[in-house]
Design a binder for this molecule. Structure first.
Ligand code: ZN
Length: 365
């Protein structure tokens, strides 16, 4: 599972701000033209072109807060999170009333694993805009998360740190550490990659998990830099714990290879195919829906799907990832992921690393 709240905010903000830029711009005509092109690119989701255009416009007009805001938005879409944070901070230093920059600064601070700073940013935002109900709700949710994590205990292993709420969960946390350690070596060996920084893991109740991750009801775990897992009854069964933690660890490992640019079918497909257990459920799912799902339809997030649609999306992705692992091997896939992380185009990276075109791979049943 992944979520993308910052992206949704940017899509909405780019349209509004881009329109404003054309009307309100009082700068020289060439910079105005650059700015207009930058917003158009951003609205169309062309983050790289937008980033270039904003950079050029800033060189001509460095004190323009809106240009820094736009540059930050483009950086957010490209997952250059530290650059995005710096640009939003610069925009606010130039124009403290530019509240769009504050909204996105808080989101990026949260995404970078710094909820304390995100909370401080949103406290200012809510004080300035007391009628912004979304900002207030987000601030409340972040505060609940910090409060919960402050009262949690921690079990520390060599590759993971597992946080849990009370003594009742201590045994489960120890078991989670053991399961994660096995996943670390098993999946690490398959992809030839062993993350060196300890990965944070938090065990929640089902209610806490829904509240903090806002995941759809079918989600059994989430990864956003931290592995978050609800301990519903089924999780106390050993197999389920193993399956869910292997899945989320694979997302963590993929993130170390490629912080961006990974299509959802590949990310979720690998995470699902590398769970413990076989994929016969996926094969019978695909038979039941009577056919195949083109991978191109599974590029961008599954959280919009219903439970039944999601199951088919995961099944199709897992079978494709399994086929890729069998045909090309883990090392080739790891290289493909590294290429995507450096911003290389998916189709050419696929052709180079897998030695066949993606269209050809996607055609085959
Ligand atoms: Zn997943």
């Amino acid at each position: 599972m992944k979520r993308k709240s910052a992206l949704a905010l940017i899509a909405a903000a780019a349209v509004v701000l881009g329109t404003g830029a054309i009307v309100r711009s009082q700068i020289d005509p060439r910079t105005a033209l650059l700015e207009r092109g930058a917003w158009t690119a951003l609205t169309a989701g062309q983050a790289h072109a937008a980033a270039d255009a904003f950079r050029e416009a800033i060189a001509a007009d460095p004190k323009n807060a809106r240009l820094h805001l736009g540059a930050g938005m483009a950086a957010t879409l490209e997952r250059r999170d530290a650059d995005a944070r710096d640009e939003f901070e610069r925009a606010l230093a130039l124009d403290p009333k530019l509240s769009e920059a504050r909204v996105l600064l808080g989101q990026i601070q949260y995404r970078m694993g710094d909820p304390q700073s995100a909370i401080r940013t949103y406290e200012i935002l809510v004080a300035e805009k007391p009628d912004n109900a979304d900002a207030q709700a987000t601030l409340d949710r972040w505060r609940r998360e910090i409060e919960l994590h402050d009262r949690m205990q921690r079990a520390v292993g060599s590759h993971f740190t597992v946080s849990f709420e009370g003594p009742a969960e201590a045994a489960l946390a120890d078991e989670a550490l053991a399961v994660l350690d096995r996943a670390y070596w098993r999946i690490g060996q398959l992809l030839g990659t062993y993350p060196s920084d300890p990965i944070p893991v938090v065990l929640y109740t089902t209610e806490q998990f829904r509240d903090i991750t806002r995941s759809p009801s079918w989600a059994a775990g989430a990864y956003d830099g931290t592995i978050r897992v609800p301990m519903r009854g089924a999780l106390e069964k050993h197999d389920e714990l193993d399956r869910v933690l292997s899945h989320e660890f694979t997302h963590a490992l993929i993130r170390t290879l490629a912080p961006r640019g990974v299509p959802t079918w590949l990310n979720e497909g690998l995470a699902t195919a590398l769970e413990t257990g076989d994929l016969s459920w996926a094969e019978s799912d695909m038979q039941r829906v009577n056919g195949r799902v083109p991978l191109r339809a599974l590029q961008n997030g599954f959280s919009r799907f219903s439970g039944a649609q999601a199951e088919v999306a995961y099944a199709a992705s897992a079978l494709a990832a399994r086929r890729l692992l069998d045909e090309a091997g883990g090392a080739a896939i790891a290289n493909l992921l590294r290429d995507l992380g450096t911003g290389e185009d998916f189709e050419s990276a696929f052709l180079h690393r897998i030695q066949r075109s993606f269209a050809d791979f996607d055609q085959r049943d």
